[in-house]
Design a binder for this molecule. Structure first.
Ligand code: NDP
Ligand code: 2IT
Length: 444
């Protein structure tokens, strides 16, 4: 057994049942073999054992009262995974499926993603099994205030800076920030994705989706290709999906389908993104309603069918494991040329293998969706400097960061003889910097 295989084996035994964490660790560790072989000192200092064990795991109770006076108790999580290159940084997810395995897979991914941005941010992730769907604004506020009443003692602008993820957007960040400020009496950049009136950054809302399209456009450009005229599928209809769709359309793509967790819409004339924004950002309605408002579009119950629609470009932007082997095979059969992951770990290990064997360009999440956290780091820089950059400035920096990520992962894959394998390239490029910092810090 190699060192990498032994660490992976131990990780599975010592973290039983954490299937998403096992999946992310498998994908990452197996690709690091060439780097580990080149650095025997890593094994001596148990670098991988330390890299895969969170520095700190915080679990807490979140009690709150609904509009009818009933008391509810949810689980709260913050996994402070790795602070070698900067303060812990990563989103909070509010979704009924949240458990420790999911938060740990997200946290592990986040370490390498944040490293890839080239900015000084470590990796963390948190959240709750709270379900925001159907809750009133007052119930959301009550939950956020209770969540922060425990979390505030563990975070700080130079310690750990949370942000949004599934189920956590501008509204939730506002309530969380308000409670932090009240408890600490400090107006500091302790959360990113803040509103523009209280320290947020222009373009942060758009950043993950725009960044996804910028890096995909760079991959296309390097092949003498572009988005113009490309039939594109964007799954999800949340923050990442909406702005991926918007930017892809600005570059000339024809986005024909999107979904939420109930079903998908197909619009052969091209999705009208303003209608989706109205439904999702303003009304908090279901995507089904799109078909009632836009003639010529259709709604189909269930999500999986979206991947059987022929497309040139697939941008999965909803959640983990939304593309399994069967869906990947359908996409490949229909001639998909580019798959870029906006969501975290949207493709199963089997799906990734199918994409890579097909010859399609596959851009893995930790590179492709890094624009969100990169712009969060730009928000942190603006907060520290007590200044604001224009939308044009932030957007230009975001674009440069995404182009750099593309070439860094391309070069890392090449350096070890795996040209075009961006899973290896992203993992290796992200890991090298973190490993160097961890080695410099000694056994901590
Ligand atoms: P949102 O909550 O804004 O949107 C999530 C979207 O995905 C919704 O349309 C939701 O549908 C759908 N979805 C969630 N769970 C499922 C499911 N089990 N099956 C089908 N559809 C589902 O979240 P974001 O857009 O912020 O996040 C989307 C993905 O992008 C996540 O994987 C997140 O980790 C990742 N990401 C987010 C970043 C950010 O800056 N926000 C940065 C980098 C990555 P419904 O409303 O019906 O639940
Ligand atoms: O998965 C992610 O990178 C995010 N949800 C964004 C994290 C952040 O701190 O902006």
């Amino acid at each position: 057994m190699t060192y990498v295989e032994r660490v992976l084996d131990d990780l599975k035994k010592r973290n039983p049942g954490e299937k998403e964490f096992h999946q992310a660790a498998t994908e990452i560790l197996l690709t690091l073999e060439p780097v580990i072989n080149a650095h025997p000192e890593y094994e001596k200092s148990a670098l991988l054992e330390r890299f895969t064990e969170p520095e700190r795991t915080i679990l807490f109770r979140v009690p709150w009262v609904d509009d009818n006076g009933n008391v509810h108790v949810n689980k709260g999580y913050r996994v402070q995974f790795n602070s070698a290159i900067g303060p812990y940084k990563g989103g909070l997810r509010f979704h009924p499926s949240v458990n420790l395995s999911i938060i740990k897979f997200l946290g592990l991914e986040q370490i390498l993603k944040n490293s890839l941005t080239g900015l000084p941010i470590g990796g963390g992730k948190g959240g709750s099994d709270f379900d925001p769907k159907g809750k009133s604004d007052r119930e959301i506020m009550a939950f956020c205030q209770s969540f922060m009443t425990e979390l505030f003692r563990h975070i700080g602008a130079d310690t750990d800076v949370p942000a949004g993820d599934i189920g956590v957007g501008a509204r939730e960040v506002g309530y969380l920030f308000g409670q932090y400020k009240r408890l600490r009496d400090e107006h500091v950049g302790v959360l990113t994705g803040r509103g523009l009136s209280y320290g947020g950054s222009l373009i942060r809302k758009e950043a993950t989706g725009y960044g996804l399209v910028y890096i995909t456009a760079e991959a296309m450009k390097c092949r003498g290709d572009g988005f113009e005229g490309k039939t594109t599928i964007v799954s999800g209809s949340g923050n990442v999906a909406i702005y991926a769709c918007e930017k892809a359309q600005q570059l000339g793509a024809k986005v024909v389908a999107m979904y939420d967790s109930n079903g998908y819409i197909y619009d052969p004339n091209g999705i009208q993104i303003e209608v989706v924004k109205q439904l999702k950002e303003v009304e908090r309605a279901r995507i089904k309603e799109y078909a009632n408002r836009v003639p010529g579009s259709t709604y189909t119950e269930g999500c999986k069918g979206i991947w059987t629609i022929p497309c040139d470009v697939a941008l999965p932007c909803a959640t983990q494991n939304e593309i399994d082997a069967e869906s990947a095979a359908a996409l490949v059969k229909n001639g998909v040329k580019y798959v870029a992951e906006g969501a975290n770990m949207p493709s199963t290990l089997e799906a990734i293998e199918i994409f890579q064997k097909s010859g399609a360009v596959f851009l893995p999440a930790k590179a492709a969706n890094a624009g969100g956290v990169a712009t969060s780091a730009l928000e942190m820089a603006q907060s520290s400097g007590r200044l604001y950059w224009s939308a044009e400035e932030v957007d230009a920096k975001l674009k440069t960061i995404m182009i750099n990520i593309y070439h860094n992962m391309e070069n890392a894959a090449k350096k070890y003889g795996f040209e075009g394998n961006y899973v290896m390239g992203a993992n290796i490029a992200g890991f090298e910097k973190v490993a160097e910092a961890m080695m410099a810090h000694g056994i901590v």
